[in-house]
Design a protein around this ligand. Sequence first.
Ligand SMILES: Nc1nc2c(ncn2[C@@H]2O[C@H](COP(=O)(O)OP(=O)(O)OP(=O)(O)O)[C@@H](O)[C@H]2O)c(=O)[nH]1
Ligand SMILES: [Mg+2]
Length: 594
Amino acid sequence: MFVVATAGHVDHGKSTLVRALTGMEPDRWAEERRRGMTIDLGFAWTTLPSGGTVAFVDVPGHERFVPNMLAGVGPVPAALIVVAADEGWMPQSAEHLAALDALGVAYGLLAVTRADLADPGPATARARAEIAATSLGAVPAVAVSGLTGAGLPELRAALDRLAADLPSPVLDDPVRLWVDRSFTVRGSGTVVTGTLGAGRLRVGDELELAGADEPVRVRGLHSLGEARPEATAVARVAVNLRGTPRDRLGRGDALLTPGRFHHTDLVDVRLAGDPAADLPATLTLHVGSAAVPVRVRPLGPDTVRLRLARPLPLLVGDRALLRDPGRHHVSGGVRVLDVAPPPLARRGAAAARAQVLAELDGRPDLAGELRRRRLVRAGALIRMGVPVPTAPGRDRPAFAQPVAGDWLADPGYWRVLAERLTEEVARHAREHPLEPGMPVEALRQRLALPDRVLVEALVRPPLRIHSGRVGAASTDALPEPVARAVQRVRAEYGDRPFRAPEADRLVDLGLGPREIGAAVRAGALLRLADNVVLLPDVLDDAVRVLAGLPQPFTLSAARQALDTTRRVAVPLLELLDRRGATRRLPDDARIVVT
Ligand SMILES: Nc1nc2c(ncn2[C@@H]2O[C@H](COP(=O)(O)OP(=O)(O)OP(=O)(O)O)[C@@H](O)[C@H]2O)c(=O)[nH]1
Ligand SMILES: [Mg+2]
């Protein structure tokens, strides 16, 4: 199946032509038939001479309904432009063509209708010239009459040739089904329709709906009026959703493959059309079947930042258009360059950003994204529309290899981080000589990293991680039962760090002299004396507490301040003396060495 949207000025015979080609009524509403005018989108289909199917999205031509027209053409890559022989090129002929051009529609046909009323020659010539100057280029033209049927066989043949020209859809792509209609069917619940441009849908699939916390489930699928277990792009589809109230979704919403799209209300885009400086501060962004008010912030001559009134599932490279509804003016097409752009807080940030954007063309570029973002999750990039080769192999460049978890890093930045980590650990060791290394969390903050696993991945010999700290490697690793015992000491004594387990508690914990020896060698325990052990990271805190005492201080004052016993305080102070953190005076009082 292929899908074509009509386009053209009001009353030029779009619906009549669709009706003549398909035998179906595109004007669904009684009001449309009473007024003889299309108001909203209509849908019809027929079989072509080749046996293929063409589905039409019939749009209204009246200027008041241009937003409906845009919702129809947004997700459809081919157009049937209709111009009446007796009226010729008219304002909405031009506005519709500008919209197709802005969206980059590259495939189309011209039908000059009402050829029974006037010579189609002049209208054909003018329309072909106008169309040739757009993304559609030179298109075949057919003169027809919806009334007499003249030219319809030629038009069908031309539609068949158009179908053959269209690129084949990518069936492995995620689904982004822009909803163009939603309604309730008694007994079935909510049904939405749309043009499936890529991917496939199956009954039972779970899909994501922006703004809904829960996934929605496909209960039934229809295409071309028939129930089907599966629909593959390109197709017009009607999707029956289980348990989704009708008021939860409507035109402009999208049903999505879960986890594959980034919902964004901030995008940087390149303009094709009016220069950035000429745009009003507010416009309407049309993409897919959605129309969202946006605030425009010019950045470069042809680049702007758009703040959307509500988030949309946009991808790098998406085409959209900006329109000024007040002036009936299509400001031009936009190409999405970045769906997760950095904030522009600092002075000069906007100018710097404009320079970055000047280099971008909307083609997803993994190496460039890594260079700009420095650190980013593969999943986040995929949701922005940047493919990441996930399977190891020849197709995966080295920089696409995660550094930790699914984190990707710019190789240059990663090397800088590794050097900074080494420096930070060395500095910490100088400033805190009594600590057995720098806490991973402190390093994470220091290096401004978003995830601890990144710190862990940056640690290389001779550094190593031990008990949540990064320090120089000690020779012995801790046997499993000892590690468990140390954990329990941590759990029990973490909040009264200067109390040491009594000898019989050590026995209970399974910490005999050999185990204690191993734990001490591994830096997991600190031995003050036989059978007197503390956690290894308490010495700095002890010095801090002691420094808070009036100097010099006595053993008894130290014992009380540390909330401990003589059994601990005596060897602890002796250790601090040996390490030069405290000094013992001739009268046995001590001072903290600063
Ligand atoms: N004589 C003649 N009349 C036609 C032809 N095509 C359409 N008409 C008439 O032109 C009028 C408008 O036709 P529609 O098909 O409703 O035009 P439309 O482009 O769908 O109009 P909107 O949807 O409102 O933009 C109707 O009265 C049709 O009967 C044709 O080929 N010959
Ligand atoms: Mg119509």
